[in-house]
Design a protein around this ligand. Sequence first.
Ligand SMILES: Nc1ncnc2c1ncn2[C@@H]1O[C@H](COP(=O)(O)OP(=O)(O)O)[C@@H](O)[C@H]1O
Ligand SMILES: [Mg+2]
Ligand SMILES: [Zn+2]
Length: 276
Amino acid sequence: MSQLTTYSTNTTSVPVSDKRCENKTDGYYCNRKMFIDEHGQPFCWYCKEISVQDQQLANETKFNHKKKQIQSLYESFSENSLINEKLKKATFTNYLPPNQELKAAKDRYIDFVREYDADNPISLLVIGNYGTGKSHLAVAATKEFMKMGKTALFIQVNKLFTKIKSTWHKNSDLTEGKLMDIISSVDLLVIDDFGAEFTEKDKSEVTWKVTKMNEIIDSRAGRATIFTTNFTIGELSSMYGERDFSRMVQDAEFVEMYGANYRLRNFSKGKGEQDV
Ligand SMILES: Nc1ncnc2c1ncn2[C@@H]1O[C@H](COP(=O)(O)OP(=O)(O)O)[C@@H](O)[C@H]1O
Ligand SMILES: [Mg+2]
Ligand SMILES: [Zn+2]
């Protein structure tokens, strides 16, 4: 058991009662002299302190449990990811911006983390062509969030829907409600490849996915979300419908990340230097 914080027993401002504490723990009576609180009620400083500590402990346990759940979700999302081995190593430091716009984008991501204010969170809508490091920087941001003791989740849109579907199985230990609860409550959610649900060929699949996406974003009102996408604003707007799209990203700041596809960087130098 941790140390008791000192509860001053020799001050004249706390009157002593003639009662002794009758709390019984592990078969023993506490039997400490009781004091009288501001309402004239006797109280035991020792037992009161213990109960405050127990409550703190209970809250911590609950918080850690939630964190663990998020951590395991985080891992389950990354395990299934296609590009993930490389993205797993992504940090701000190992992102080397090849042009000014990408340098500015990196700085924007860093400030986004540094200036995070839980009472006034902002969101980012990061657009740009394939392979410029949108996901890389978003992964780095989630790592920094977790270092700050915040909760964060990076989810690639298609993996998210696969995960949701997996909760529909009878023997899934995660329910859809629980999953949605976590997704809506993490301090930072990265929705990677926003709009990718439209590339689905089965039209009825598109419908529920788009409904779910709307639901997720609405549930995160007042929280920080990073959207990364290879689509343009115009494309997203016509896919989701102008009204829904503008509602979804109403609190988000746009960040552009255009440049050469990093995955193909060695191909332009000619053969012999390829390491992708
Ligand atoms: N400027 C960069 N410096 C270092 N690695 C980069 C850079 N840009 C991209 N990468 C790496 O290239 C790969 C593709 O980047 P990614 O973030 O997935 O691109 P996007 O999400 O924009 O399509 C990843 O493995 C990423 O770590
Ligand atoms: Mg990406
Ligand atoms: Zn007591």
